[in-house]
Design a protein around this ligand. Structure first.
Ligand SMILES: Cc1cc2nc3c(=O)[nH]c(=O)nc-3n(C[C@H](O)[C@H](O)[C@H](O)COP(=O)(O)O)c2cc1C
Length: 193
């Protein structure tokens, strides 16, 4: 799969903002089963090898999992403070848990191995959104650094539309990238901000 044309703009933004740790935090919106929106911050973990899919990680006990199972459409909103630009990436989100799919289990395992001990430990904490557990529930024994805990999920967002707004410039610049599945290519249009 060739690199999508929006990848170079995103790579440039990541480079220009590399000194800001929080420039890798994005807002990920999903749809709740009652049709209401849900939104939260997650950490961008790079791209899945030789694809245009963004990687994130999460706990399969978190609400976003049941949301994306019922409705896989999701959108990331990502603001880069240094270069003053926003990317909105719309696509389907899928979770790679302990049960696969098989070809992605290796990527899930590698992601687990790349985490810090502290990040891995969070997956052994008491279940999210339950009434506050006692302190000992947050001091579990460290999990195996090689084999992921069963609740560890790799999340993959496969964008089909990317809206890139650059505030710098007068007037501002806005480009829309739309994937055409029939032609298997991206169409790019300069649009008004
Ligand atoms: C800076 C920051 C980074 C976060 N990174 C992640 C992350 O990478 N994965 C994740 O599942 N939750 C992350 N969270 C927690 C989520 O924002 C959210 O509270 C949690 O995933 C539960 O969301 P849900 O109930 O909508 O599934 C992060 C929160 C903050 C403030």
């Amino acid at each position: 799969m060739p690199l999508a044309p929006w990848r170079s703009s995103l790579a440039r933004a990541l480079h220009l903002n590399r000194s800001l740790i929080y420039a890798r935090y994005v807002q990920l919106a999903t749809v709740r089963t009652d049709g209401r929106p849900a939104n939260r911050t997650v950490v961008f973990r790079g791209f899945l090898d030789s694809t245009n899919q963004l990687k994130f990680i999460t706990d399969d006990r978190s609400e976003k999992i049941e949301q994306l199972t019922a409705q896989p459409w999701a959108e990331v909103c990502w603001y880069f403070p240094k270069s003053r630009e926003q990317f909105r990436l719309l696509g389907q989100l899928r979770a790679v848990g302990a049960n696969g799919p098989e070809p992605l289990l290796k990527a899930r395992q590698t992601q687990w191995q790349d985490l810090s001990d502290a990040a891995r430990l969070q997956f052994a904490w008491a279940a999210p959104k339950q009434p506050r557990a006692e302190a000992s529930a947050f001091h579990p024994p460290p999990p195996d650094p090689i084999q992921p805990l069963p609740n560890f999920c790799l999340l993959l967002l496969d964008p089909v539309q990317v809206d890139h707004l650059e505030l710098r410039g007068d007037p501002q610049n806005r480009n829309l990238y739309i994937y055409n599945p029939e032609q298997q290519n991206w169409q790019i249009e300069a649009i008004n901000p």
